[in-house]
Design a protein around this ligand. Sequence first.
Ligand code: MEV
Length: 309
Amino acid sequence: MPAASAPGKLILFGEHAVVFGEPALAMAVDLRTEVYVRPGPETTVNGLPIASPRFRYVRAAAKRGGASDPLTFEIRSMIPSAAGMGSSAAVTVATLAALRALRREEPPPETLARLAFEVEHEVQGRASPIDTSTSVHGNGVLIRRERGDGFLWQVERGDRKWFLHHVDVPAFRLVVGETGVGAATGPLVAKVKQFADQSADARAAIEEIGRIALEGAEALGLGRWERVGELMVRNHELLNFLGVGHPLLDRLVRVARRWSYGAKLTGAGGGGSMIALTDEADRVCQAIEQEGGRAFVVHPDPQGVEVRP
Ligand code: MEV
């Protein structure tokens, strides 16, 4: 049975601002989604009708991926959903790749990345290509305003253009603290857009986040952990200002910071997860759990989408 797997992601810097075309840095993590597909009597996902709202990314991916005959999809995911860890991007990318494998096609990664972005854009109403391109490419992905070293591909939508670049993420680990509060990305992205349309301060915050992402990528490459941590904390404050924070996220960030270089919310916010950069992962995990979160450690995944024909 043709199968594809794709990794989840964590955004280190730049979520939300990247939707406006600002720079952002993300890394693929060692939690993956696997999609198996074969012709079937009717189109189902894990034995349930594909029309169910919980399968809207699979449905949109199947449509854009050119699926016309009835298909049976089996999906297994290690990525928590609605937790800011790219579960929708991973399922979208793996579904598109599995469909291509079924047709014995091997599209170049940028074709998959562009299609997957269109799926996310359709389902969310507005999006950037950071999650989907990171899931396709693996390792680290930096979005810049112009083409530079390590250029992978570019994605365009209306007057927005994103230039995606490969970045080698150092072999480090991050603590993730899940709030357990689920939050859909679409409404949060729409909320930031509305704020930015009305407020010059919001637009200034978005631009500052873009500058932080570029400096953060450089500091990470140089192993300047203290500076990376400071930038994470400032990025978190700016995301709070944009209205995508949550009281539990703030509490988890505050307790994690006692033993970390820095911590911030990651992904869409409004709940979801935070990350901490630390040399004392056990203590940070314990502190997060005591505060009511669920903590675990993740590593970068150098492997992007993978296909088994
Ligand atoms: C969600 O993981 C990241 C956001 O910036 C949305 C997007 O880029 O599409 C909030």
